[in-house]
Design a protein around this ligand. Structure first.
Ligand code: OAD
Length: 238
């Protein structure tokens, strides 16, 4: 980027990044929420009233991770992370582990992770591969019935907000990939970045979104094609 030798980069990703790996998006035609009411599975109230349903929903999604692989967009973002000359932060709303499996390190899961669970009693967070049931005992405190997916539900505070806000204070290039821009606070990051003076705001999506007007550049297409293309461009022009 002309005039900046070490530009700061923030990448925000959503379900569109993993769609071509076979992880369903939330709001598309085949969207994951179809057949479920969001509040039935993704809220603390749902967990209190129908924990079996909530566990079943997340158990299926956790198990499905065994059937998917990172795609070219995940790999390209890791190449960007490794070669970018300035500061780099990848903030994802995705709860899958495809970025890590591609090698991502500077990654923050603001909505939690499918392969992590949390004990509401002792508050420990732990890696988890198998199913979670209402009868599951916490391996640390041994309390039964207090284990929940470490997913940020509606009405809960996303993770890493302080660190993300700080990164947006000094961001030069903001890239947003495969998110519908309807869930806050993530949906507000483009506007925040613009207000802090980001010079380039780039959106990659199949279609225009609720937040498209905040970007200086929009690339319409699939993440698997557009992300590798953008990464090569950023690395050759910066
Ligand atoms: P959505 O399902 O709302 O949006 C997915 C976006 O990806 C849409 O704008 C699609 O057009 C786009 N898209 C789909 N396939 C794509 C592809 N191959 N290439 C590029 N773009 C593609 O998912 P999110 O915006 O991630 O929160 O949803 C945000 C949050 O809503 C999720 O993190 C989840 C949900 O409630 C929690 O679970 C806490």
């Amino acid at each position: 980027m002309a005039g900046l030798t070490h530009p700061n980069l923030v990448v925000l990703t959503g379900a569109g990044l993993s769609a071509e790996s076979g992880v369903p998006t939330f709001r598309g035609v085949d969207g994951l929420w179809e057949g479920y009411h969001i509040e039935e599975v993704a809220s603390p109230e749902a967990f209190r009233h129908t924990p079996e349903l909530v566990h079943r929903f997340y158990n299926l999604r956790r198990a499905a991770l065994h059937t998917v692989q990172p795609n070219s967009a995940h790999h390209a973002l890791v190449r960007l992370e490794q070669a970018w000359p300035g500061s780099f932060l990848h903030v994802t709303q995705n709860v899958d582990d495809l970025n890590e499996r591609a090698g991502a390190k500077k990654l923050r899961h603001m909505h939690g992770e499918l392969r992590k669970v949390r004990c509401l009693w002792c508050r420990n967070v732990m890696d988890w591969e198998s199913d979670l049931e209402v009868t599951t005992a916490c391996p640390i405190c041994e309390k039964v019935g207090k284990m929940r997916p470490d997913i940020v539900w509606f009405g809960e505070m996303p993770y890493y907000i302080e660190e993300i806000t700080q990164a947006l204070e000094t961001v030069d290039v903001f890239v947003c990939i495969g998110t519908s821009g309807v869930v806050y606070p993530a949906a507000g990051f483009a506007r925040q970045a613009a207000s802090k003076g980001a010079k380039r705001l780039i959106e990659i999506n199949l279609e225009s979104t609720d937040i498209s007007s905040h970007f200086t550049e929009r690339r319409q297409g699939t993440a698997s094609v557009e992300v590798p293309r953008l990464v090569e461009e950023l690395l050759t022009t910066t």
